[in-house]
Design a protein around this ligand. Structure first.
Ligand SMILES: [Zn+2]
Length: 187
């Protein structure tokens, strides 16, 4: 389940969406994320009860939170859709001069977020099978289309972290897993 979406710049929040009946406020996560240093890379945060991903595009920070069971690739696919749509609809130059006084201005974007949550999982990626030798079972792993389509490599690497180990996958351009190895982790 997607918990929340927040879009903003520095101190200002342009747009905020939250799953209905969710009591928790995500102001803290969103304001923390706005200090991101680099454009166009994904920042992943693993929290005790949720996952948060954010990305900065055109000086605007897009933050999304989901429950732990939602795979990062799927959340990224939704984030990609939402951020592209937002920039396309509201325009970069306008956003940079926007003074966030009119809280309702971006209200119409609620329907874009709800549409994204509904259509992106099946439209912008797919679940593929990969066998994990530790778990001794086939896992369903979500891969977003753009990961494969934007790659310059014939085999695209992807690390799938689960439980206490990680699986390194090499995926071909037809979304078939060509190898799946348990890998050691350092850092
Ligand atoms: Zn495993």
């Amino acid at each position: 389940m997607i918990f929340f979406v927040n879009i903003g710049c520095f101190e200002s929040s342009y747009f905020s969406w939250k799953q209905k009946n969710l009591p928790k406020s995500f102001f803290f996560e969103s304001s923390l994320a706005r200090n991101v240093p680099k454009e166009s890379r994904y920042y992943h945060i693993n929290k005790a009860d949720s996952k948060v991903i954010f990305i900065k595009k055109k000086n605007i920070v897009f933050v999304i939170g989901a429950d732990k069971s939602v795979q990062f690739q799927l959340i990224e696919a939704i984030l990609d859709y939402i951020s592209d749509e937002f920039i396309e609809i509201y325009g970069e130059s306008f956003l940079n001069s926007y003074d966030a006084i009119y809280d309702d201005f971006f209200k119409g974007f609620n329907s874009v977020v709800e549409k994204a949550i509904k259509i992106v999982p099946s439209k912008n990626g797919k679940f593929i099978d990969a066998f994990c030798k530790y778990c001794k079972k086939t896992l369903k792993i979500y891969v977003k289309n753009s990961l494969i389509e934007n790659s310059t490599k014939k085999l695209v690497p992807l690390v799938f972290n689960h439980q206490d180990h990680a699986l390194l996958l090499y995926i071909d351009t037809n979304f078939v897993v060509r190898s799946a190895e348990i890998i050691a982790i350092s850092g």
